[in-house]
Design a protein around this ligand. Structure first.
Ligand code: 13P
Length: 339
């Protein structure tokens, strides 16, 4: 493993003004997204949708990398170009989701642990040959009555760290994603406490597995109020609590933090990122790795119709550029209406 090679990819993933597009929806998730616009999730529609996003003119100004799914990394465009090649031609780094999703944690009701370590070394080698330079593994933490337990945080942190070490052995940059769900009626204080614990435990496990911190990216959730809590914290509070939480837990050796959007609206995700960068400079790059917050407006405009591709691409480009502006704290709401 070349530490330097890992570091230079990690730095490029969080280059100034850029962030990551998560387009690694599993079969179940993409079906739910397509259900929302009433189109069938078949190979053809999935290819058409992802090709529309990846081929958007100029999107490389704001997007440094794309996370693909197992099917997507093997998909070719309508003219026969493999997706990883299409991206690489635009200087966008191809990445791959490698976890196999969450399963119930036995003995711990309402808690889950992510699977996928068995055979991972072999799968990483194959993905590398297909062009992947980074990978992603998502752990899911739920806030509820007396949960998360320490056992759940530790089991998920251990799996994330084992995954990250295997990636680095293959010279693939691991995105370490411990997502604290915003589902529930918890307060923002509870969200901060759980996120802090989760990150503490995760970085302890990364240390135990000898993960090279300079050659990884953290993908956390923001500290927000539970979706069903009547008091929804404002943009400033979210930004301050999230940064405070990260400063307490994420070593400065980590080159970048790329947030997930987690079900926030597209504009909220941009506003939060912008407010956090306004509080900078920070020891790490503060960036984005959104799926829904980057894709949803474009998905709704596309509706599965070829005639809507140009409009949907314009909308996708706009969202990417808004988040690019938020990377330096220079986003304003006027930029939305101007477009
Ligand atoms: P969202 O931005 O939609 O939360 O998705 C990010 C992601 O990659 C989830 O694993």
């Amino acid at each position: 493993m070349s530490k330097q090679a890992l570091e230079s990819v990690a730095q490029a993933m969080v280059a100034r003004g850029k962030g990551i597009l998560a387009a690694d929806e599993s079969m179940g998730t993409i079906k739910r997204r397509f259900d929302s616009i009433k189109i069938e999730s078949n190979e053809n529609n999935r290819r058409a949708y992802r090709e529309m996003l990846f081929a958007t003119k100029g999107v490389e100004e704001a997007i440094s990398g794309v996370i693909l799914f197992d099917e997507t990394i093997r998909t070719k465009t309508s003219d026969g170009t493999p997706f990883p090649e299409l991206l690489a031609k635009k200087s966008i780094i191809p990445g791959i989701k490698v976890d196999k999703g969450p399963v119930d944690l036995p003995g711990f009701p309402a808690e889950v642990v992510t699977e996928g370590l068995d055979g991972l070394r072999g799968r990483l080698k194959e993905y590398k040959e297909l062009g992947a330079k980074f990978a992603k593994w998502r752990a899911v933490i739920t806030i509820g009555d007396r949960i998360p337990t320490y056992t759940c945080l530790q089991a998920n942190g251990h799996a994330l760290a084992r995954y990250a070490a295997l990636c680095q052995e293959t010279e693939i940059v691991p995105i370490v994603e411990p997502e604290v769900l915003l589902d529930g009626n918890h307060t923002i204080e509870q969200s901060q406490e759980v996120t802090e614990k989760t990150l503490k435990v995760t970085f302890n496990e990364l240390f135990l597995q000898r993960v090279h911190l300079e050659g990884m990216i953290l993908k956390p959730s923001m500290v927000v109020s539970g979706k069903d809590n009547p008091r929804q914290a404002g943009v400033e509070e979210v930004a301050q609590r999230t940064i405070q939480c990260l400063k307490r837990t994420v070593p400065a050796a980590v080159p970048g933090i790329a947030f997930l959007s987690g079900g926030q609206s597209a504009v909220s995700a941009t506003e939060h990122l912008n407010a956090m960068n306004k509080l900078g400079p920070h020891p790490w790059q503060v960036s984005f790795s959104y799926a829904r917050a980057l894709q949803d407006p474009a998905l709704k405009a596309w509706k599965g119709e070829a005639g809507n591709v140009t409009t949907a691409q314009r909308i996708f480009y706009h969202r990417a550029k808004m988040n690019s502006a938020a990377r330096s704290g220079s986003y304003t709401s006027q930029m939305e209406s101007a477009a």
